[in-house]
Write a protein that binds this ligand. Structure first.
Ligand SMILES: Cc1cc2nc3c(=O)[nH]c(=O)nc-3n(C[C@H](O)[C@H](O)[C@H](O)COP(=O)(O)O)c2cc1C
Length: 197
């Protein structure tokens, strides 16, 4: 019996194409693809995602009432087995592009916690979540806020936070290439994430 290929969704949370998180995520996805995963790339700056309006329109249905590009993203999130979320640090958090997607996942939070949808409960499909980030500074706590945000986002999707790749002192576009071990680590991680067992 043949097993269906793993679906790995790469979420590009930086608006800077070819920037540091893009390069890292691309390497991770290359690794995943080489291992036979079905890979999809989601460049958030290509999507118009309105911030959550806190209207509670999703409370009774688990569906967001705002009909914008986020509607195309919900199914992609739910179809993924592995989600690799990449965002640089902007003001000690993820970018606004990334945060808009996360806040709009409130509709899935409602599904899981208010409506007790079993597909997002303990018996539902288990996913893996991995976080990639970079920051310009070298502060000890530079990633703390973003990690918490991403952990709680993954929780909504039944995605276990299986790990992270975080690099400090990375600022100009492409600076991460000066750390070839970083790109190598991302590639290896992508391979590992889609390996069964
Ligand atoms: C609006 C803005 C806010 C930023 N805030 C921080 C910050 O709080 N801490 C930090 O270390 N770097 C900060 N940076 C620097 C970026 O994290 C850094 O340049 C990173 O390499 C950009 O990654 P990218 O190439 O994937 O977009 C900020 C950059 C911008 C544009």
């Amino acid at each position: 019996m043949s097993r269906r290929p793993m679906k790995a969704l790469g979420i590009f949370g930086s608006p800077r194409r070819g920037g540091n998180t893009d390069l890292l995520l691309e390497e991770a996805l290359r690794g995943a693809q080489e291992k036979g995963a079905n890979v999809e790339r989601l460049y958030l700056s290509d999507y118009a995602i309105t911030p959550c309006k806190e209207c509670h329109g999703c409370d009774n249905t688990g569906n967001c009432v705002v009909l914008d590009d986020m509607q195309k993203i919900y199914p992609k999130l739910l179809e993924a087995d592995v989600i690799i979320f990449a965002s640089p640090i902007f003001f000690y958090g993820v970018t606004a592009w990334a945060k808009a997607l996360i806040d709009r996942s409130q509709a899935l939070w409602s599904r899981k916690y208010l409506l007790k949808d079993p597909s997002l409960g303990k018996e539902g499909r288990k996913r893996k979540g991995f976080f990639i980030s970079v920051g310009a500074t070298k502060g000890q706590r530079v990633f703390d806020g973003a990690i918490l945000t991403v952990k709680y986002f993954f929780d909504v999707l039944n995605a276990e936070y299986v790990g992270e790749l975080l690099f400090r002192g990375v600022e100009a576009k492409g600076d991460i290439s000066k750390h070839p071990e970083a790109l190598q680590q991302a590639y290896e991680m992508g391979r590992k994430l889609v390996s069964v067992g």
